[in-house]
Design a protein around this ligand. Structure first.
Ligand SMILES: [Mn+2]
Length: 366
C-alpha cells in the first residue's frame, strides 16, 4: 500500500497586499502560511506517508528570498523518510532565474522538469510518479503529446498544476475526460484554490490556507492510499482560519441592539474570534435607527478576529410624509407611481425602497 498527502497552492511568502485586512493581520497571515506548511510536513511524518505531493504554487516567486527557499529545504529535510514530489506552477516557475536552482535539495525531494511530462520510478514502492513543472507564468503546452501507455503493474500517479474546468485557460488547460481514461491511480491537481474531489482518483487539493474572501469555507489537504488498484482519498480541513460570508436579513421590528446581536450571533463565539467574516446586512430597518458601519465594526472588535460589513440595508421610509414633503419633485412622483403597484408584493416593495434610497441619497448630495 502507498500512503500519500497531496497539497499545493501554499503561496508561501505572499504579502497579502491589496486584500481587505490590515497590515498587521496581513503579516500574521503570511506567517500562518509558513505555519501550515510546517504542520503539513509534521502531519506527513506523523502519518508515516510514503509520498508528499506539492502540485505547484508552493511559493510566490515575486516575494520569495534565498532565505525563504532555504527554509523550505530545511523543512522538507525533516521528512527524510517521505518522498516529496514538487511540480512547479505559475507562481513558482522553474527556469534559469528560479530560486529552486539555488538550493541543494535533499535526496527525498524530487522537482519535476519543464520539458513535457516526465516519469520517476520509485522501485521500492512499486510506483511511478509522473509530473511536469511550469517554466513561465502562462502555459498552454500539450504535455501529453508523446504520452506512452502506463505500466499497469505499477501504481501510477500524476501530479500537475493546471485547469480542468476551462479549455481556453491560459493556465494549462487539461482535459478531464482524457485524464480519467489514462488510468492513473491518482491525479493530484493544483491551481484551483477551492478543494475539489473530482472523482475517487482525481482531486484539486486547494490552498491549505485560504488567501482571501474569494476562497471561503473549509480549506485543507488531501490524504489518500492506493492499494491493489484501489484508491481512497479524503479531504482533511487543515487551515488555521477560514474566510466566511454570511447574509443577515433585518426587518423593521429590530432595534439597534437587536441588530448588533444578530451580527454577534451569526456564528459560534469561538469561531468569531478566529475566522474572517464578511457579513452582508440586507432587508429593511426602522427609519429611526442610525447605522454607522465603522462604529459597528469597532464595537464588535472584541468578538470578531476580522469583520467586514457590506451595507445593503434599506430604510423603512415614512411614505406619506415623504410624499407630502416632495409633492413637486421626482421623489413624490416616484412614490405616487409606485403606490399604484401592489406593495404587498416583495419585488415591488423592494423596488420602491431601493429607488427611494437612491433618490434620497441624491437629494442629500444637493
Ligand atoms: Mn495558486
Amino acid at each position: 500500500m502507498v500512503k500519500f498527502i497531496h497539497t499545493g497552492d501554499l503561496h508561501l511568502g505572499l504579502q497579502f497586499k491589496g486584500v481587505s485586512f490590515s497590515g498587521e493581520k496581513a503579516n500574521k497571515r503570511r506567517l500562518e502560511l509558513w505555519d501550515t506548511f510546517e504542520r503539513i510536513i509534521d502531519k506527513g511524518i506523523q502519518e508515516n506517508v510514503d509520498f508528499l505531493f506539492i502540485a505547484g504554487d508552493l511559493f510566490e516567486e515575486k516575494y520569495f528570498t534565498l532565505m525563504d527557499i532555504n527554509r523550505v529545504k530545511d523543512t522538507l529535510s525533516r521528512a527524510e523518510n517521505i518522498d516529496i514530489i514538487i511540480t512547479a506552477g505559475n507562481h513558482d516557475t522553474l527556469n534559469k532565474n528560479s530560486l529552486y536552482n539555488l538550493v541543494d535539495w535533499p535526496d527525498n525531494v524530487t522537482i519535476f522538469g519543464t520539458e513535457g511530462l516526465s516519469k520517476k520510478e520509485f522501485l521500492n514502492k512499486n510506483t511511478n510518479i509522473y509530473g511536469y513543472s511550469w517554466d513561465k507564468g502562462e502555459n498552454n503546452e500539450d504535455v501529453f503529446n508523446d504520452f506512452e501507455d502506463l505500466d499497469t503493474s505499477k501504481i501510477n500517479i500524476l501530479i500537475i498544476h493546471g485547469d480542468i474546468f476551462s479549455k481556453d485557460s491560459v493556465y494549462l488547460p487539461l482535459d478531464k475526460n482524457y485524464l480519467s481514461q489514462l488510468e492513473f491511480d491518482y491525479v493530484g491537481l493544483g491551481h484551483i484554490h477551492k478543494p475539489n474531489l473530482i472523482s475517487n482518483k482525481m482531486a484539486y487539493c486547494g490552498s491549505p490556507e485560504p488567501l482571501d474572501f474569494g476562497e471561503i469555507g473549509q480549506h485543507g489537504i488531501i490524504q489518500g492510499t492506493v492499494e491493489n488498484k484501489n484508491t481512497t482519498i479524503e479531504f482533511i480541513p487543515f487551515s488555521n482560519r477560514i474566510f466566511l460570508e454570511k447574509t443577515i436579513v433585518l426587518d423593521e421590528t429590530l432595534s439597534y441592539l437587536d441588530i448588533i446581536d444578530r451580527i454577534k450571533e451569526c456564528d459560534d463565539v469561538n469561531n468569531l474570534s478566529n475566522n474572517l467574516y464578511r457579513i452582508k446586512l440586507e432587508g429593511v430597518i426602522n427609519r429611526d435607527i442610525e447605522i454607522n458601519i465603522s462604529d459597528i465594526i469597532e464595537s464588535l472588535s472584541n468578538y470578531f478576529y476580522h469583520l467586514e460589513i457590506i451595507d445593503n440595508i434599506i430604510i423603512d421610509y415614512d411614505l406619506e410624509g415623504l410624499e407630502e414633503d416632495n409633492r413637486d419633485n421626482i421623489i413624490g412622483y416616484f412614490i405616487r407611481e409606485m403606490k399604484k403597484k401592489d406593495l404587498e408584493n416583495k419585488v415591488n416593495k423592494d423596488a420602491l425602497y431601493i429607488g427611494l434610497e437612491v433618490l434620497m441619497k441624491g437629494k442629500v448630495g444637493i
